[in-house]
Design a protein around this ligand. Structure first.
Ligand SMILES: Cc1cc2nc3c(=O)[nH]c(=O)nc-3n(C[C@H](O)[C@H](O)[C@H](O)COP(=O)(O)O)c2cc1C
Length: 211
């Protein structure tokens, strides 16, 4: 049913405002286009209205489908852009201040910003990050829990790239502890933090029931 929309923001003032709302990340204001991928059931409200129906929007599924549509469409756009020599960066911090983004972009009821994406000509060729080894991702026939070898391998591979230097996630209880800092510690610290706890309130205000 294509339950997504994308807002292409080109105005310098609006890009600057969005960069501040998205964790003050400067590259968002610098890129010529900022795409905001929006879960969109508003269009289907109109479809239902035109045909004399009322759309059901109060269940988790009614949010999951448009969120998945946004993920699929944005990744497809990323591939298309990169095939043309353009560069992109996904921006999850579009959900840091969802109400402000909704107000700025005049998003109607039954819409929600899922992910942002900068679009522009890359200043330099980005290096490719090593990916998780296949055994950590691919499970034949049923879910395999013995992933430790793959995880420890990846931890060492990622640490060896030097990617975490100066980018360590601090923890309140052990801010100075940085030894053995690799993918395991980085991911665990990120996963152990509360993030965007207020999102549900805004989702409900936008008409997504999440029952
Ligand atoms: C859903 C999602 C949200 C992201 N949000 C941000 C962000 O807000 N700021 C940022 O600099 N990078 C963001 N990134 C980009 C990642 O930090 C990383 O640079 C990117 O995924 C490339 O890494 P990869 O080689 O593992 O794909 C995001 C990536 C994804 C997939």
């Amino acid at each position: 049913m294509q339950s997504y929309s994308v807002i292409a923001v080109t105005g310098a003032t609006e890009r600057k405002q969005l960069s501040v709302l998205c964790a003050d990340q400067k590259f968002i204001a610098e890129a010529p286009v900022f795409l905001v991928w929006v879960a969109d059931l508003a269009r289907l409200d109109r479809v239902c209205e035109l045909r004399g129906y009322t759309q059901v929007t109060e269940h988790v599924e009614s949010f999951l489908i448009p969120a998945m549509d946004c993920a699929i469409a944005s990744q497809t756009a990323a591939l298309a852009a990169e095939s043309l020599g353009l560069g992109i960066c996904f921006v999850g911090s579009i959900r840091n201040n969802p109400q402000e983004v909704i107000d700025l972009l005049e998003l109607p009821q039954h819409t929600f910003p899922i992910v942002g994406m900068t679009l522009g000509w890359p200043a330099k060729e980005p290096h490719l990050k090593p990916r998780l080894p296949l055994p950590a991702i691919l499970h034949w026939e049923n879910y395999q829990t013995d992933q430790d070898t793959a995880l420890l391998d990846y931890d060492r591979t990622m640490a060896a790239t030097g990617i975490y230097e100066g980018r360590q996630v601090s923890m309140p209880d052990k801010p100075e502890v940085m030894e053995n800092y690799g993918w395991l510690e980085h991911s665990a610290r990120r996963a152990a933090r509360v993030v965007r706890a207020g999102m549900r309130t805004v989702l409900e205000k936008q008409g997504f029931g999440l029952k």
